[in-house]
Ligand binder design. Sequence first.
Ligand SMILES: [Zn+2]
Length: 249
Amino acid sequence: MTIQQKISKIQVKYSSFPDGKWGKNTAKAVADGIGVSYNCFTSLESLNKKIQKKINVKDDGIIGNITCDTLIELSGEKPVIENDGISIATKYLEEFRQTPNISSSKINPIGIVLHHSSGSFVGTVDWCLRSESKVSYHCVINLDGSRVQLAKDNQRAWHAGKSSFKGRSDCNGFMLGLAFSGDTYNRELTQDEINSAVEWILKRLEYYKWPKDLSTITTHRAVSPGRKDDPDKRAEAAILNALRKKLNK
Ligand SMILES: [Zn+2]
């Protein structure tokens, strides 16, 4: 695991944005989490030292492998996330960050629309957290499989726009939106993206008792034909094949 991945892992555990960079917000979140006191004049370096002292590693103020490994060890391996009643022990890290881009009405999801966002993972999450974008997905998956859940399953997110599925229009009213970052026409999904999507989808397939033939897992391309083309057919096939493999085990 790279140091960035380790920091991301720590950030998820301490509810800081998982960008893999150790800055003041992350240090504060960790300090709060492990009971280190500081004030607004505390510099990043001295905050780091306080954290290191608390966890009994050399307090040189530099956040390296030993500090990270110790923090990860302390925080335990598998986080359990609460998702609107679904309690899930996840393999991939998942953080909840509420998007403002939801309707007041609630939904009862019957399936999932797959997307790619075109933007980078961090850029996409950031964009979905801004009200002016008027865009949101229920979940965005990073290249390393870590996820940010932006809306609860029963919140109506704004991912599909003008669309229809099995004769029913306006998919936002009854479908979850799951997005990969970037442009899937330019690249294939990573194994971590596939595994993470499968993990996310399978939990819901079981929880909502959606058909095991995957007939309610669709794409933006299919629900908004001619208007949208995401994601690429290769990406769709990779997800469906991986899901079938899991289901047929
Ligand atoms: Zn889309």
